[in-house]
Design a protein around this ligand. Structure first.
Ligand code: PRP
Length: 212
């Protein structure tokens, strides 16, 4: 049965509030601005989940920034964990050679996506490359990733909001939250929206995204 999405009502718990996010974005922006004082910076955001974080973070940074956007997807693997092989759907628009680059992510889970991206971007000879993530879920890490700026370290729970999705929805929540379990057992659908993949076999409450 198709159950319509109730954007706010489907959320069981707010894990990181809008106020907490905004305070953290200001704090991270101040740290980054101090660290890169006297230099200019290229922010590279990984679509789609990092979009709200990128939009807020860039405006809290006071040194000159350029922005660029990448979009990637995983090859193979299971529905909950990527294989580590990443396909680039959208590449950088401009050269990052000799530029100071800060990769901006919404969440680091297994680390496989960033592991690939870091190697890929290093191959483009930036002057430096650092990583900033809003959320870090170290319990799920499969590869070590040197994270330079972390907003919040969270437990191994599936989270949505502020860019993070379940079945592509809930990205527009202004906070990070946890959905009610029954939402996971019935994948979200818009009234006339696209079909959404169900959660993986064998785990009735785990969603089909790594995101969170
Ligand atoms: C999420 C997130 C990271 C990646 C992290 O993206 O934005 O890019 O997963 O997972 P990992 O550490 O296990 O590699 P997702 O593939 O859900 O795409 P989206 O940003 O478009 O939602």
């Amino acid at each position: 049965m198709k159950v319509p999405i109730d954007l706010q009502g489907d959320v069981a718990e707010v894990l990181v509030s809008e106020d907490q996010i905004q305070a953290k974005v200001l704090e991270l922006g101040a740290r980054i601005s101090a660290d890169y004082a006297g230099r200019q910076l290229t922010l590279v955001s990984v679509l789609k989940g990092s979009l709200p974080f990128m939009a807020d973070l860039m405006r809290s940074i006071t040194v000159p920034v350029r922005i660029d956007l990448m979009e990637v997807s995983s090859y193979g693997g299971s529905s909950t964990e990527s294989s580590g092989l990443v396909r680039i759907l959208k590449d950088l628009s401009a050269s990052i050679a000799d530029e100071h680059v800060l990769l901006v992510e919404d969440i680091i889970d297994t680390g496989l996506t960033l592991n690939y991206l870091v190697r890929y971007l290093r191959g483009k000879s930036p002057a430096s490359l650092r990583i900033c993530t809003l959320l870090d879920k170290p319990a799920r890490r499969l590869v070590e990733i040197p994270v330079d700026y972390t907003g919040f370290t969270i437990d191994d729970r599936f989270v949505v909001g502020y860019g993070l999705d379940f079945g592509e929805f809930y990205r527009n929540l202004r906070y990070v939250g946890v959905l009610r379990p029954e939402v996971y057992s019935t994948p979200p659908v818009a009234d006339a929206g696209p079909a959404v993949e169900p959660g993986p076999p064998g785990d009735p409450v785990a969603p089909a995204d790594t995101g969170a």
